[in-house]
Structures are given as C-alpha cells and as structure tokens.
Design a binder for this molecule. Structure first.
Ligand SMILES: [Zn+2]
Ligand SMILES: [Zn+2]
Length: 360
C-alpha cells in the first residue's frame, strides 16, 4: 500500500505550527471517528490520521519525515508514546481512551469525572470586606434521584459484564505504526464499568444522570478581589455511575466603592481641604469600612500629606491582618471670590509680606 503524505492526510501545510497540527488532527479524528462515521473506510482513514499525527507532533520524527519521507521512519521500530490532552472529546472519551489509551501497556482504569462549571458572581464592595454567602443558580447534570445514579431500576442489581469479567477493561491486539502491540482498553460492552444494567431506571433510562436546576450557597471569603476565582470542590456536573463530580468555579467581580480606591489590602481616600483648614489645622470625620473616625489635621499640613489609618483596610486572604486606609490631603482652591474676599486675601498677603511665591 502506498502511504499518503502525512501533511496531506491532516490537510496542513508543511511548515505548520504544532498547534495547527493538533487542531487539524482533532478535526479529522472527529470526522473519521468510527463511532460517528459509518463509512466502511472510516476506520482506516482514522488510523491514517492518527499515524500522521503521531509523526508530525513529535519534533524528532517530524524532522526525519521532512528530510527523508516515509523511508526516514523505518528505523524507528517500536516507537510508542503516551497521548495527552484529549479532554476536548468529552462524550467520546470512552472510545478515545481505547484508541489512545495506553500505548505503554500498563493498565489505566479511568473513572470519569464530571465537567467543571464556571459561573460569575458580583459583590458589593462591602461584601468583599466582610465576606459573603451568595446563592448561585446552576443548570447541571446530577445523579438521577430515583436510582441514585446507578442507572438500574431501584431494587435491581447490576450483573457482572461477561466480556471483561468485571474488570472493566480488555486487552486488544492493535496494529500500530510499526507492528502489532497489545493494548489495554476500556471494555466496550460495559463502558469500563465492569457491570451491566439489566433493568434500566425509568427516569434516566439507565444513564444514571439527569439535568436539574439547583441553587447552592457559595461562601466568598472576606478580602476577595475582583478577578479572583473561588473553587467549590465537587459542585460541578456529575459523572455517570461511580465517577466523581466536577468542580464549580466562581469568577468574582466586586463593584467599586463610592470613595475608596483599593490596592491590594490598602484603601486610598482623597481628602479635600481648603487653605484655611490646612494652615490652621482642623478635625475632620473620615469614612472607614464600618463607620467614621475623627482625624486631626495639624496646623501647617502640606497638600499631598498622607495619613495612615492602620488596620482599617481590607482583610488579607493570606493572614488575618487588615491593610490600612491611606488618606491623602488635597488642597482645594476657590475659583470665584467676591470682592471683599479678594480684599481679605490681599490684606493677608500684605501682612505676610508675600512676594514672588514666598510663603513665610
Ligand atoms: Zn435513574
Ligand atoms: Zn465489560
């Protein structure tokens, strides 16, 4: 049989990036997958695609192939490698396991895990300060209520699979790129479960799963920041049978505060004062996250001065300490003055003997 050019098989250009090769392979593999494509030639084409991919994705093999063509790969007898990253196949997982599962020959019994769920939650700034419990509504796959996920009619017991004798996997001779090798694959009769359901549950038709709308309460820790993620273990989609659940990831958004600007655990506040207040000194009420606090501005405070209200900032997620509130003094200058006010300032300048920007 004449071998086709590997690049042609995958439908990529010769200099294609690894990523493009991977993409092309996934597309072709799905197209010719014998489970989806019933054409008698599909399996052969699938194998051809698989072989092309194995070579082109391996930099050493690809280089040899580029230089010497199919001839160049002749010495690579017994080449075998594990395949990674087939997560995208999701539902086809069982079948893909049997194709790519275990080229090295040791057993790998996979118990499938449900998919993760991502959801976003928006918090008021105050909730980020105190921590919050938020209710989230999820559309997710859960274990069937009636059969508790077993897939069997309540009261019935599953029988041991005769194909794999309950092991969930079988050995299969597979013709590979360079000869035959033995592969341990998930049993196709029982889909790796080791047992078969004879009386399927009426509610889930034996799948053990059903789609449900659920509300769960998620604890958001105090100190959380916009852009952070909270992971809730086991609250994702359920997997069939004995498989565990995926996780729930909450993307957190925090609304900005009216007056504070947050940087890490510290809060920044602009405090506007007028010329007389900074010159003579004053007392002002400044906001905190729990109320207000009085701050003494000493006479002669310069604009730009920063006062620190220690421990009144945001709680840290790492330790139990809080950050600070940093209050920066802004000098506000009047923009319109009545004539007697102007005169008063001119008199002041005169008594101070201010000239050319001098102050004292
Ligand atoms: Zn059921
Ligand atoms: Zn079986």
């Amino acid at each position: 049989m004449i071998k086709r050019d590997y690049y042609e098989v995958l439908g990529v250009a010769k200099g294609s990036s690894e990523e493009n090769i991977r993409k092309a392979f996934r597309k072709k593999a799905l197209e010719f997958h014998p489970d989806r494509n019933k054409h008698p030639n599909a399996e052969n084409q699938f194998k051809e695609v698989n072989e092309a991919y194995q070579v082109l994705i391996d930099p050493k093999l690809r280089e040899k192939y580029d230089r010497f063509g199919h001839e160049g790969l002749k010495q690579d007898q017994g080449f075998a490698r594990d395949f990674e990253g087939f997560d995208i196949f999701g539902g086809l997982g069982d079948v893909f396991d049997s194709f790519f599962g275990d080229f090295s020959g040791h057993s790998r019994r996979t118990v499938r895990r449900g998919a993760d769920i991502r959801q976003s939650v928006t918090l008021e700034f105050d909730e980020a300060y105190k921590g919050a419990e938020k209710e989230v509504e999820l559309q997710r796959t859960e274990k069937c209520e009636l059969c508790k996920g077993s897939g069997g009619k309540p009261g019935s017991t599953p029988v041991t699979c005769s194909t794999c004798k309950g092991n969930g996997q079988v050995q299969r001779a597979q013709k590979g790129l360079f000869g035959q090798f033995i592969q341990v694959v998930a049993c196709s009769s029982c889909k790796g479960e080791g047992s078969l359901i004879q009386n399927p549950c009426n509610q889930c038709k034996g799948g053990g799963l059903e789609r449900r709308q659920s509300r769960i309460v998620v604890r958001i820790p105090a100190g959380i920041e916009s852009g952070m993620q909270v992971r809730v273990t086991g609250e994702g989609h359920s997997a069939p049978k004995r498989g565990g659940s995926g996780d729930l990831y909450i993307d957190v958004k925090v609304k900005p505060h009216k007056v504070f600007r947050r940087e890490g655990v510290d809060l920044f506040l602009d405090l506007n004062l007028n010329f007389v207040e900074v010159t003579l000194g004053t007392k002002v009420d400044i906001p905190t996250m729990t109320g207000t606090q009085s701050l003494k501005i000493p006479p002669g405070t310069q604009p730009g001065t920063v006062f620190r209200n220690k421990g009144k900032g945001m709680p840290s997620l790492r330790n139990l300490k809080n950050g600070d509130i940093l209050i920066q003094v802004n000098l506000k200058i009047p923009t319109s003055l009545r004539s007697e006010q102007k005169r008063a300032l001119e008199e002041l300048a005169e008594t101070m003997n201010w000239k050319n920007g001098e102050v004292e």
